[in-house]
Design a protein. Sequence first.
Length: 314
Amino acid sequence: MDTYQNSFHQEWSQLSDPHVRALAWLLTSPDLLDKSAPVWWQQIGTLDIPNREKLRTWLFALNAHPTPLHEALTIHKYLRLGHYAEKLLAFYFSHEGLLYSHGLQVHSEKSETIGEFDYLLYAQGGLLHIELATKFYLFHRSIDVTRPMTVFNYLGPNLNDNLGAKMRKILQQQLTLSQHESARKLVQSKVIAAKALIKGWLFYHSTDHSLMSVAGIAANHCMGFWWTVDEFEQLAIPYALKLDRLQWLAPAQVSSDEVMDRSMILESLHRHFAADSTPIMVAIMKKNSSLMQEFCRGMVVPNDWVSRATQVLP
């Protein structure tokens, strides 16, 4: 089966450092959203990599000597995935000489925080404002089959947000920051454009065999499945790996002693869900010489997730 994971491994399997692999994914993975879709009002950006071979040379050199990247990331156990991705991309923009500012906060005269620029990049005629979001949403159908499927059907794993609401906030609030008087006083150069860069994975229920196209979603986005615990138990899994949040970006690649067999992963999931309802990201792994590589991934959710998801659908 030809999957995104297969193509990623073909190009990047020699990258052994997990953070360099995550950076490679961030720079080369397909965007989640279709930037040409009218629903986004031309506010979706994309990473322009003019020389792919030059990028490959740099990433392989970085993999051999990753200390500068590790120091820039300042990894700690409380680091959120969004901040991790932001730091990865800032490292790249800085290397390319594009970075004017990263994480620049805008305050009012009363010292209240108005907002923050993820990135201000040097561009022809001024500065380009980029907002980065790395998102992971589960598609859930409405019971009402007459209702059109929209980006609001993509729900956060913990059901506390959805893709439609997230994008509304980014487009209407975060991308308009440069228009604020306090921002104009802080940033002397002209901000010529503001774009949202949206990366991540979308997950579909295993019964959704014919994945419908939803307006605004890129056709070639990174995708996986979601299963309830009961459904996951029915799968014939050779090896699996529970992915911590900072491992959610690139397809997983580990040594053979790091994976779990079927009985081990099931026991681990049961132990988790006995005390916690937070969905778990699982990579299904296969052996490739001395390595274990992800060929499929999905979110395992509690058995009552479906009924709760139906209640929160807009």
